[in-house]
Design a protein around this ligand. Structure first.
Ligand code: SAH
Ligand code: F3S
Length: 488
């Protein structure tokens, strides 16, 4: 495949507005997409500002996975609609999965936007913003299902590759934790999930491009790189499968202290990948492998393609290869027709697996999915809420046991920032403004937050200069959600 040269900073175009604010909702893939959008705009002379109030262009990079993710964006759009009445020249755009979905139910909210861009069209954003500035009215760039047609897929992927390759990696921009895309889209078609429709079919990046990107990020100061894909263990490019890719990134970038990857699909997780993890110390002993349910009947309805026993077999295999492994899962409660017995089976799965963390989601019907058309959303919301609570309290008890086992030990952590994060900046969900955590001004010691190799959160008191570096901390206290300790 031919790669265009990385984008060079160009003189600002005379018609484009300058100051841009990007707010990101949803998954890590969106965080990465926002970063690439930002880099694209910075290279063209735009300036990033930390609040929508200071911006000429406000972009929301959105998530469509659950109705609640969309509601947050809709309320932002309400605020922006009012602001546009006072400042008609303000440009407001929606990027990402909610834009791609652009369902009938969203048309009223979309009407007032200037630009609507799906996740597979983000490379076109600068040109679209120029069109808006030239007075074109609303512009939309959506893939629809066209990207599913193989005829257009290669071309679409080559264009998108330019977006990843255009990444700015100068040390000034550097953050210690970086994401690198490995796989785009998803072919799984889990019956509840909108991602295959919004992000299109699974395609895999060239391993040389991936290794090269990791190398450039590490040269610019990255301490931890997370490889991203919806079903990352399905990676295949020519002869190179996932285990081989993981080994290559690890072996060919020996200066990288920490390598991780997200998200694994429970089927086809090979012993070869576990072997690569077990024999390469800089790969973190961490696996995010969602089960979604502990009921075989529901797994079948969800089209997940494995049974509870097959899932547990993977967990046993992984733990025997990697005794220190931290396993993280996702579970859906209240999937259509879920009975008390199904729910009990899901709780039993949590007890069997003993996850480090579980993200629990209440089933949310998504337009266009098989579940939505086939299965009535018949579990009442109060039942979903009760099951959600029950599952979380069970998991909290399990997480607390994992955390207590670490009390008294010394752990290596990557220091992320001051412990009091933005209220919106929560792990795994919620919105994240695309402004990197600034180094706190005080240097006489502050409450810092950090993560272990198993992704446990550890708070401790230390010099703010430690942000972005690895430190050793003795763990003193444990709660279900985090640890605290002292710098060694
Ligand atoms: N493989 C992807 C999954 C993306 S969606 C990844 O990278 O994580 C993330 C999680 O959202 C899923 O694992 C699932 O637990 C949850 N989810 C997806 N669709 C949902 C829906 N319609 N209702 C509730 N939860 C959903
Ligand atoms: Fe969604 Fe299933 Fe893919 S959860 S992202 S369709 S693996």
């Amino acid at each position: 495949m031919h790669y265009p040269a990385p984008m060079q900073p160009a003189p600002p175009s005379t018609i484009a507005p300058r100051r841009v604010f990007i707010e990101t909702f949803g998954c890590q893939m969106n965080v990465l997409d926002s970063e690439l959008v930002r880099d694209q705009l910075l290279a063209l002379g735009y300036r990033l500002v930390p609040s929508a109030a200071d911006a000429d262009v406000v972009l929301f990079n959105t998530c469509a996975v659950r109705a609640t993710s969309e509601q947050k964006v809709l309320s932002r759009l309400g605020v922006m609609g009012k602001r546009k009445k006072e400042r008609p020249e303000l440009v407001v755009g929606m990027l990402g999965c909610m834009a791609e979905r652009a369902g009938a139910d969203l048309q009223r909210a979309l009407k007032h936007l200037d630009v609507v861009v799906g996740p597979s069209e983000l490379d076109r954003l600068p040109a679209l913003l120029d069109e808006v500035a030239a007075g074109q009215g609303q512009v939309r760039a959506l893939s629809g299902h066209a990207v599913r047609r193989s005829r257009t897929l290669d071309a679409a992927m080559e264009r998108l590759e330019a977006l990843d390759q255009g990444r700015l990696v100068d040390p000034d921009q550097a953050s210690a934790q970086r994401y690198v895309r490995v796989t785009r889209g998803c072919n799984k078609m889990c019956s509840f999930c909108i991602v295959p429709f919004t992000r299109g079919p699974e395609t895999h990046r060239d391993p040389d491009a991936i290794v090269d990107e990791v190398r450039r990020l590490v040269a610019a100061g990255a301490v931890e790189v997370t490889l991203l894909g919806q079903t990352i263990n399905h990676y295949r490019h020519g002869e190179v499968g996932f285990a081989h890719l993981l080994a290559r990134v690890h072996d060919e970038v020996p200066e990288l202290p920490r390598l991780r990857f997200l998200t694994s699909f429970p089927r086809d997780f090979g012993d070869d990948a576990l072997e690569v993890m077990a024999t390469r110390a800089r790969i973190c002993p961490f696996l995010h492998v969602p089960a979604q349910s502990g009921s075989d009947r529901l797994l079948k309805k969800m089209n997940r393609g494995y049974t509870v026993e097959q899932y547990l077999e993977l967990v046993r295999r992984a733990r025997s290869a990697l005794p220190q492994l931290a396993i993280v899962g996702d579970m859906i409660v209240g999937y259509p027709s879920e009975t008390d017995a199904d729910h009990e089976a899901s709780l039993e799965l949590l007890r069997d697996v003993r996850y480090k963390t579980v993200y629990v989601f209440k089933y949310s019907p998504r337009p266009g999915t098989v579940s939505n058309a086939r299965d009535p959303d018949d579990v009442p919301d109060e039942v979903k809420r009760a099951r959600n609570q029950q599952m979380l309290s069970l998991q909290h008890a399990i997480s607390l046991e994992h955390h207590r086992a670490l009390v008294g030990t010394a752990v290596e952590v990557l220091v992320e920032g001051a412990a009091k994060l933005d209220p919106g900046d929560r792990q795994g969900s919620g919105e994240q403004a695309l402004v990197q955590i600034a180094r706190p001004a005080r240097t006489d010691g502050v409450r810092l937050t950090s993560r272990t190799r198993g992704d446990h959160i550890v708070a401790f008191h230390g010099d703010a200069k430690l942000v972005g570096t690895l430190a050793r901390v003795r763990v003193l206290r444990a709660t279900p959600l985090s640890l605290s300790g002292e710098l060694i």
